[in-house]
Design a protein around this ligand. Structure first.
Ligand code: E4P
Length: 219
C-alpha cells in the first residue's frame, strides 16, 4: 500500500519524507489554512520534497470553472513537476462532469468528500484517477467508515476498475492496518498518526536494555 502524507506543513513533510516512506501528499483548504504561509510557496516546496502524486483542491462549483481552475493550478507548477499534480474535485454532479473533461485531457483527478461506495463507483466511471473516501468523518458520524472501504474494494476488484482508492480522514494507526488488510491502494495519513505507527513500547524497552548491556560487553 502506498502512503501519502495528509498535511501542508512543510517541516513535517520534510522530516517524514526523509524516512523514505512517502509516496505522495494530500492537502485541502483546512490544512493549507493551518500552515499560515503563502499558498504558492507551500505548493512549490511540496513538489520539490516528494516525487509522487500531490493533491491540490479546486474550489469552484461549476464544472467548467473547475476545469479552468484546475488548469490555472497546473500552470503555476513548474513543468517538470506537473505530472505529479492531482486536482481534487468534490463529489457532485458538476464535479463528475469536470472529472470527465479533465480525464480526457490527461489531467489526474482525486474525487474528494466521498462517503459511500456508490459515490466512488460514479467517480471511477467518470474517469477519476483517485477516489478519497473519508472514513474518520464517517466514524465521527456514527457509521463504520472502514465498511465503505470494504465495499469499494470489492466493487473495484469485481470490475477491475483502475481508479485508485485513497483512504482519507484517517484518525489512528488501526485505520492504516485495516486499509492495508482490505487492499486499499493508498492511505493518506496525518503526521501524528505516521509517528504513532513507528512506536512500540517493546521497541523502546528493547533499545534501552541493549544499550545498557552493551556497556557490559568487554571491548
Ligand atoms: C484528504 O484528502 C482529506 O482532505 C483529509 O484526509 C480529511 O481529513 P479530516 O476528516 O481529518 O479533515
Amino acid at each position: 500500500m502506498k502512503l501519502f502524507i495528509d498535511t501542508a506543513d512543510i517541516n513535517e513533510i520534510k522530516e517524514i519524507a526523509s524516512w523514505g516512506i512517502l509516496d505522495g501528499v494530500t492537502t485541502n483548504p483546512t490544512l493549507l489554512a493551518k500552515c499560515g504561509r503563502s499558498l504558492q510557496d507551500v505548493i512549490d516546496e511540496i513538489f520539490k520534497l516528494v516525487d509522487g502524486p500531490i493533491s491540490l483542491e479546486a474550489l469552484s462549483e461549476k464544472a467548467e470553472d473547475m476545469v479552468t481552475e484546475a488548469k490555472q493550478i497546473i500552470s503555476k507548477i513548474p513543468q517538470n513537476y506537473r505530472k505529479n499534480v492531482a486536482i481534487k474535485i468534490p463529489m457532485t454532479s458538476e464535479g463528475l462532469k469536470a472529472v470527465k473533461i479533465l480525464c480526457k485531457e490527461g489531467i489526474k483527478t482525486n474525487v474528494t468528500l466521498i462517503f459511500s461506495a456508490n459515490q466512488a463507483l460514479l467517480a471511477a466511471k467518470a474517469g477519476a484517477t483517485f477516489v478519497s473516501p473519508f472514513i474518520g468523518r464517517l466514524d465521527d458520524n456514527g457509521q463504520e467508515g472502514m465498511r465503505v472501504i470494504e465495499e469499494i474494494m470489492e466493487i473495484f476488484c469485481n470490475y477491475d476498475i483502475q481508479t485508485e482508492v485513497i483512504v482519507a480522514s484517517i484518525r489512528h494507526p488501526i485505520h492504516v492496518i485495516e486499509s492495508a488488510r482490505l487492499g486499499a491502494d493508498i492511505a493518506t495519513v496525518p503526521p501524528d498518526v505516521l509517528r504513532k505507527m513507528i512506536k512500540h513500547p517493546l521497541t523502546d524497552a528493547g533499545i534501552k536494555s541493549f544499550l545498557k548491556d552493551w556497556e557490559k560487553v568487554k571491548k
